[in-house]
Design a protein around this ligand. Sequence first.
Ligand code: C2O
Length: 581
Amino acid sequence: MEASSRVLLLFMLTLAATTTLLSLSTTPCSYSTARAILAATGLDPYLISCNTTTTGAATEEEEAPLSNADHGNNRTAKRGGPIVTDLLLCGKPEIPEVAFPPFQCCPPMSSSEPITFKLPDPAEPLRTRRPVHEVGPEHMAKYERAVALMKALPKSDPRSFYQQANIHCAYCTGAYRQVGRPELRVQVHYSWLFFPFHRAYIYFFERIAAKLLGDPGFTVPVWTWDVPEGMRMPAEFVNESSPLYDPVRDPGHLPPKLVDLDFWEVEKNLTDEQQLKHNMWVMYKQMISGAPLPSLFHGQPYRAGDTQKPGAGTAELAPHNTMHAWIGNWWYPNGEDMGAYYAAGRDPIFYAFHANVDRLWEAWRRVGVRNGGDKRRRAVEFNDLDWLDSSFLFYDEEARLVRVKVRDMLDTEKLRYRFSKVAMPWAKARPPTTPGVNNGKRGALKSVTFPVSLDAAISVEVMRPPVATRSRLGKVDDAQEEVLVIEGIEVQDAKFVKFDVYVNAVEYQKVQPGGREMAGSFVSLRHPGKVGDGVKTSMRVALNELLEDLGVKEDKSVTVTLVPVKGKVRIGGIKIVYMSE
Ligand code: C2O
């Protein structure tokens, strides 16, 4: 066939598919004709996707307003249901103005409907994921080979490294739209989808690697950056001739530099000893004292009809986001590769890094149980169908399109892997308080009217609700967690943002990095959308243990100091609530 007639045929096929879609107004867009055409032509689904205005759904309702106050278990709300994606609803991602190609990141189309995920055969040997610093050179060489094999596959192969990297772009820059609500972008960060999505991502990546290597026992080596032995970037990733090398990383953070789990563009210039201690305290706060409830650890509920980013959990903000930023190169416009959602998957370190995020989920479950937490956590964090039935699309090791649900991702042994035991000294690293940093607080505070632009540090007195409202059975502390809620966080210039939250430390400069009064940090990677475009989110800080350590459990109020570190941000309001889950 001549080139020109091939183009014509393509055009007509596209037209036919578009017409098919236009004539059908229901969702999801499960039309085999359209799928078949896309699969056969290799065209990007974006070209004929049935999103936005083609379905007319966008005009039915305005974007769902954020309801930070009630992102809880309001099962009677009109909106709700699991978040579901469809290849035909994958479109243009939100990529920063100055970025590096590719600018489209939807996966190749499959000619058939996605198959339902099936757990691996229980007779499969249980594979053990081990830390990079323990696996030895032979295993690292295998990981190198796996990445080389993926890179050698044609770009059209969903198992190729190119497509594996694109998965992150598609699910993390709003390329997918919600089935049934195509005007709403899907974002797997800043909500309770964060851990299960990334678990599934690494699960399929690992199985594809194992298949290409012909080694069913292969596991992704885990870069355990949270423990002292793993606090440097592993040498294998720094070797320029290795397929694991990525030149787009911060050159100042190569070994022997220690990771800074609280990093945000500014170097702290701590000694190794200070940095290590600081990292331990960050881990303790984000994994233990700050994460006593599932939603505080995982993030806020995110249901069908909700706008993206209701609120991230502790560990996603830090160390996860902060480590993305630490690895990426700040001389690049968006902190590429690791510091930008659209590009993070392009760095082979991403998969070893996220294997560790996955390990931290397991670690949190164990720590929770040990600290007297809810034992059911080992099996399930939220008994909420909107979470359990939310689903993602991946291609498996046989290049079949699979729909996997959150409920499939809750038990690693059923997925036939586990993590080797790693000693976690941070589990006991309860940070010290700093005496005398809240002097002359009350009365002396300037009044603040919300919403407020956080141009300089602000301190506000926040009343604690009366005890009567926090006690159901007369047992205050065990029944409920006292939680500081920072609402209506609006990133103003679509850039990187970090601000720190201090409790009872008006003189916050005197608190050493990571000290007890530093109760949490909000961090957000660059968001390329328009100002105010879905970048409204919220943040929660657990207070029980903190107030106990500060010795102020009887006080009627606390002083909250918000300290801008980077970027422009507006704060809608601050309040304290009591929560239980
Ligand atoms: Cu989807 Cu580590 O980010």
